[in-house]
Design a protein around this ligand. Structure first.
Ligand SMILES: *[C@@H]1O[C@H](CO)[C@@H](O)[C@H](O)[C@H]1NC(C)=O
Ligand SMILES: *[C@@H]1O[C@H](CO)[C@@H](O)[C@H](O)[C@H]1NC(C)=O
Ligand SMILES: *[C@@H]1O[C@H](CO)[C@@H](O)[C@H](O)[C@H]1NC(C)=O
Length: 231
């Protein structure tokens, strides 16, 4: 049924169209890691090539209804690098790192991202000029809970036409509400119950996995790394 609409996007995929595919692959990897044998390194990085999507134009137009809460249009994300380490057999937290390269469309002195059920490690947040690698001072970190915003207020304005990189560490949570990046159990071949991480990204759920510009109009490319816990 979706054979005709399955397609590749060479460099630009929107967040909500890319993640379901990427994350199905992550789920597979997590399940596989559940069976991982001794002798493997403790951390396996898995890079998901960011060019596969199965989203249809029809499903894309089924946008979230609660979005009179658009992000400012002053910044456009270009490329994300995301590293997630879910502790599926421990405390169900996700230790995360993300960086995003952005282009400034209009001068602005804040960078506003979506987060939900995520705690940003504020003292790890860094903003730098991509061309010079020079860091920019952050004046204040703010959460707008009703709109799911994390806002980094900068001392100086970002300049139109320039590119900047924001990076941060964060903490997430494998919740059991079947949204975002959630936890699940399954039976292995020997009948043992095992924990796994799974996902169901609705249009507003990517923000539960990592801080991002979680809107269909803001297309970007992704590199996602997944680590497993040791032991
Ligand atoms: C969960 O466990 C990991 C590994 O022991 C630890 O690094 C992390 O800080 C813990 N998370 C929380 C929220 O306690
Ligand atoms: C962030 O900047 C945008 C664009 O300059 C502005 O519209 C918005 O109100 C600012 N957000 C906050 C919380 O100051
Ligand atoms: C980061 O800043 C926000 C907004 O001030 C605050 O609510 C949150 O607790 C801070 N996070 C940490 C880890 O301190």
């Amino acid at each position: 049924m979706d054979a005709g609409v399955r397609r590749f996007c060479n460099s630009q995929c929107s967040l909500e169209s890319l993640l379901p595919q990427a994350v199905r692959m992550l789920l597979f990897v997590l399940l596989a890691l559940g069976h991982a044998t001794q002798g493997l390194p403790n951390v396996d990085d898995v890079t998901i090539p960011p060019w596969v999507t199965t989203t249809t134009e029809a499903s894309r137009s089924l946008g979230p209804v609660d979005l009179d809460v658009q992000l400012p249009r002053s910044i456009k994300p270009l490329h994300y690098v995301v590293k997630l380490q879910p502790f599926i057999n421990g405390n169900f937290s996700i230790v995360g790192y993300m960086e995003v390269e952005m282009e400034v469309l209009e001068p602005t002195s804040n960078i506003t991202l979506h987060i939900s059920d995520i705690i940003t490690k504020n003292d790890t947040v860094k903003v730098s000029d991509q061309a010079t690698s020079r860091g920019l001072r952050i004046k204040k970190h703010e959460y707008d809970h009703s709109r799911h915003f994390y806002i980094a207020h900068l001392r100086k304005e970002l300049q139109k036409g320039k590119r900047y990189i924001l990076s941060m560490e964060f903490l997430g949570y494998l919740n059991d509400k079947l949204r975002g990046f959630y936890r699940a159990t399954y039976k292995d071949v020997d009948g043992n119950i095992r924990n796994a991480a799974a996902t169901q990204f609705q249009p507003t759920d990517a923000r539960k996995a990592f801080p991002c510009f979680d809107e269909p109009a803001l297309k970007a490319t992704f590199e996602i790394h997944l680590a497993r816990e040791s032991g």
